[in-house]
Design a protein around this ligand. Structure first.
Ligand code: DGL
Length: 269
């Protein structure tokens, strides 16, 4: 039986998943979060499914040793590549969440007979997991997915506002497949940082879905329903990476909103 005071383990290929940790922290400030960024192996967006699965299992061991009540796969690429394996591996030891299923549920409740767009890494788009799940809902939904690999390095370099980033974003979004859509899923940890620029491109005509907010809301509903919301006064958050550098630590400010200290924790000795 899980216990409300146990931590929530959140992992990503690197620092970008802090957008999800931030959304969870803002919605449930009393939860204890253990964040793991696999900076030794990023980016996951270009890795094979087998490699991402192996890294994900190793990270789950870190969380299970620390008795996490929930393991949240914040990385879209890992959610696409490793969710089934992670669920099988973790079993009843923790509840596993990813960033895809809450978004699919939201789409099911909100849209019928519509075209939905998705942007993400090559791994996420190539896996076709979103397409299978959304088109498999059987209510006339069609998913149009586009890999947008330039966006992650662009965001990490701090190009968020201004003409360079808006030009790159526009170049991707003006593809015909992303024109007749009712909603666009931001299927990558980094993209919440350019949500405004994406909305600007569509001039408010397309709903832009930020999966970090959707997953945080779904996690909160789960914890409330199962009486697993932490009520103790103060949360303790811990942030780990598999390969520490000071530039990763500086990047935490961009994705979490405030700079946090990163502990080095190798996955393999
Ligand atoms: N975290 C990854 C994702 O959400 C993006 C960065 C990477 O490719 O590792 O897909």
């Amino acid at each position: 039986m899980a216990n409300a005071s146990e931590p929530i383990g959140i992992f990503d290929s690197g620092i970008g998943g802090l957008t999800v940790a931030k959304a969870v922290h803002q919605l449930m400030p009393k939860e204890n979060i253990i964040y793991f960024g696999d900076t030794a192996h990023l980016p996951y967006g270009d890795k094979s499914t087998a490699a991402i699965q192996a890294y994900s299992i190793k990270i789950c061991d870190v969380f299970l040793q620390r008795k996490c009540k929930v393991i949240l796969i914040a990385c879209n690429s890992a959610s696409a590549a490793a969710t089934d394996l992670v669920k099988e591996y973790v079993g009843s030891r923790a509840k596993v969440f990813n960033v895809i299923e809450p978004v699919v549920n939201y789409i099911r409740e909100t849209y019928h007979n519509a075209e939905i767009g998705l942007i993400g890494t090559k791994q996420t788009v190539g896996s076709e997991v979103y397409a299978k799940k959304i088109e498999g809902l059987g209510n006339g939904l069609k998913l149009n997915s586009l890999a947008t690999p330039l966006l992650v390095p662009m965001i990490e370099e701090g190009f968020l506002q201004g003409t360079i980033s808006q030009d790159i974003i526009n170049e991707y979004l003006k593809k015909p497949m992303l024109q007749n859509i009712q909603a666009l899923i931001l299927g990558c940890t980094h993209y919440p940082l350019i949500k405004e620029q994406v909305e600007h491109f569509y001039d408010g005509q397309v709903t832009v879905i930020d999966s970090s907010e959707t997953v945080a809301a779904s996690l909160k509903a789960y914890l409330e329903y199962h009486l697993l919301i932490n009520t103790s006064a103060k949360s303790v958050n811990k942030f780990m990476v598999s390969d520490y550098t000071s530039s990763f630590e500086e990047l935490t400010k961009l994705f979490f909103g405030s700079q946090v200290h990163l502990e080095n924790h190798k996955l393999w000795e």
